[in-house]
Design a protein around this ligand. Structure first.
Ligand code: ADP
Ligand code: ZN
Length: 605
């Protein structure tokens, strides 16, 4: 068997993507590999195909216990003999799996790290013929990362106990320190490195200024993603629950997910998200690692993420199927204050805080960009993107910039003269000459800065202050009540030695709206009934077997069916995503649905 024939017959795909073929050659040939690919890049095939090509069983180490059953179900749909071992498995089933492993009756076994490291599991593996070890989500070894799993550190033992067995570590985390840690801690210093571009061309990056957040979110979903699956990230558990409740009250199917909910509730919500169509999950960052649902059409951030690494991972969960998807974020001055406060209050050591501040600054710079967001993101991860992308908000609708030097100086003077202890709202009122009782009491109405900014609307002033904070000209006083103080960088500006160009405020998001974010966007309207019929059929088949619909066929594959309307088995098999086993299992039902549709619409073959 060649890798190509396995790809075609078993997985039903025509060709390898990017580095897949090279990784598979290396690992199938007995070599070690470290694979860096973005989410949706196609990491699984990099170990699944070598596991099938090599004699013995492929061992997949994954921290995602809740998802193992689905992953294994998806493989079985392809005719691959797969099973899993984790704490959720009843003892009798566990014994059966172990026996099958010893007898060489399995192609692949998924194991949680804590299970793998148990002496009896290691002993069991010594009795088996092993094809390879795949260490998925390998960034979990990184102590600096947000997914750190202490057991991952002990996986180095695999190199010692099973010296002849190739190991492949995979992750979608792109930053160099994590890569180094993976190599060092997993004993993979000599492994070949495969790095795929981290670009996700189908994801449209957008950042909007926060106004009335819920209404903005609701409008975004209603206008662009009605009836589609998405993830909404919030910072706090409370906000997760309130947002989910609110969206539900608007008639959407929105479910909360955070670490404070009982295990069964979390599990049930995750299952509904995976199995039903059009479910929105509202979550803290506790949700999402390893979620391989391909048709998540949007990821919305209602709060600023702590770092670009986190942002990129979270947004990467959109559009794994390659169809258009949105990464949409709201952002405002309160985010800056909140995040800075979280860092200072974290109780972490000064070194750690310095790293966190640095990451936050990078995140803020991204928000305030007036140039291509994709270029900036990829540049941050060390990749040179040659041109503007044409698929982010700043490319699609370039923001106006203006010379804000004079306005910035007025704002900085106002901060200074009012004593560096007032928040943005007070300062905006001051600049616009609006006096409240405090202003009178403190004598601020007599200052030269009172009312100097009457000509600039309040909304614009808020944006100016936010950008001054984001750029370090102003800092937030975290010991007191969040008052603004002059930052280190403001002197040259005050002295008139530099100029400052800022983005203009936008009352409403101007990025051109499209329905193209949705999977059915470019369907010929005449084909819509067939599309719906095939989706219904898929859902029925999935429910019968208790698996998510995408385990039967992806949207992408259904779309290809709608487009090509295969009329016989050969044509059906030629559809991307249909392999031998799925032809056997589903060919007849889908072909007859398609034939029935053609007959009813008066078409002839
Ligand atoms: P990752 O684990 O890197 O996030 P997956 O392995 O889940 O990505 O792959 C993402 C999607 O792309 C899956 O639905 C997979 O079936 C599909 N895919 C992977 N490789 C190919 C290929 N060579 N041709 C077509 N589809 C592919
Ligand atoms: Zn762009």
């Amino acid at each position: 068997m060649s890798p190509e024939s396995v790809l075609r017959d078993t997985f039903g795909y025509e060709q390898f993507r990017g580095e897949q073929a090279a990784v598979i050659d290396t690992v199938a040939g007995g070599g070690d590999a470290v694979v860096l690919m973005p989410t949706g890049g196609g990491k699984s095939l990099c170990y699944q195909i070598p596991a099938l090509l090599r004699p013995g069983i492929g061992v997949v180490v994954s921290p995602l216990i809740a998802l193992m059953a689905d992953q294994v179900a998806a493989l079985r749909q392809l005719g691959i003999r797969a099973a899993y071992l984790n704490s959720s498995l009843p003892p009798a089933e566990q014994a059966a799996v172990e026996a099958a492993m010893r007898d060489g009756d399995l192609d692949m076994i998924y194991v949680a790290p804590e299970r793998l490291l148990q002496p009896r599991t290691l002993a069991l593996l010594e009795e088996c013929r092993l094809a390879l070890f795949a260490i998925d989500e390998a960034h979990c070894v990184s102590q600096w990362g947000h997914d750190f799993r202490p057991e991952y550190l002990q996986l180095a033992v695999l190199a010692e106990r099973f010296p002849g067995v190739p190991r492949v570590a995979l992750t979608a985390t792109a930053d160099p320190p994590t890569q180094r840690e993976i190599r060092e801690r997993l004993g993979l210093e000599a492994a070949r490195l495969f790095r795929h571009s981290f670009d996700r061309p189908n994801i449209r990056y957008r950042v909007a200024e926060r106004g009335q957040a819920r209404q903005q979110l609701q409008r975004f979903i209603a206008d662009e993603h009605r009836g589609e699956a998405g993830i909404v990230y919030c910072l706090s558990r409370r906000k997760v629950e309130q947002t989910a409740e609110w969206l539900s009250a608007q008639g959407l199917t929105a479910l909360p997910y955070h670490a404070g909910l009982p295990h069964e509730v979390r599990e049930a919500h995750q299952q509904r998200f995976l199995r039903e169509e059009g479910v929105i999950i509202v979550a803290t960052v506790a949700f999402g690692m390893g979620i391989d649902k391909p048709d998540v059409r949007f990821v919305a951030h209602l709060d600023l993420p702590a770092s670009l690494e986190g942002y990129y991972q979270e947004t990467g969960r959109a559009g794994r199927d390659g169809l258009p998807a949105d990464a949409w974020m709201l952002y405002g001055l309160s985010d800056v204050v909140q995040r800075r406060r979280m860092i200072e209050d974290s109780g972490a050591g000064e070194d750690r805080k310095r790293v966190e501040r640095h990451k936050l600054d990078a995140m803020l710079a991204y928000c305030e960009l007036s140039s291509c967001r994709r270029r900036h993101l990829l540049g941050y991860f060390g990749e040179d993107y040659p041109a503007d992308c044409g698929n982010c908000d700043t490319c699609l609708s370039p923001p106006d910039t203006w010379d804000a030097t004079e306005a910035a100086r007025k704002a900085l003077s106002a901060v200074f003269r009012t004593g560096q202890r007032f928040g943005a709202q007070y300062l905006v009122d001051h600049l616009r000459g609006k006096a409240d009782e405090r202003a009178e009491r403190f004598g601020h109405t007599r200052l030269s800065t009172f009312g100097v900014g009457e000509d600039i609307p309040a909304a614009e002033w808020r944006v100016i202050l936010r950008q001054l904070v984001a750029r370090g000209f102003l800092t937030v006083d975290l010991d007191g009540y969040g008052g603004l103080r002059l930052g280190d960088g403001c002197r040259p500006l005050l002295r008139g030695e530099t100029t400052l160009s800022l983005r203009r405020a936008r009352a409403v998001e101007r990025a051109p709206r499209r329905r193209a974010g949705s999977a059915d966007a470019e369907l010929d309207p005449a084909d819509r009934p067939l599309w719906e019929a095939l989706r219904d059929l898929r859902k029925r088949l999935a429910d019968e077997q208790g698996v998510p619909p995408y385990v039967i066929f992806h949207d992408r594959t259904l779309r290809a069916m709608v487009e090509h309307k295969p009329r016989d088995e050969a044509a059906f098999l030629a559809v991307d995503g249909v392999g031998r086993k799925k032809l056997e299992a589903y060919g007849e039902s889908f072909l007859s649905e398609i034939a029935g549709y053609a007959a009813s619409s008066g078409e002839t073959a």
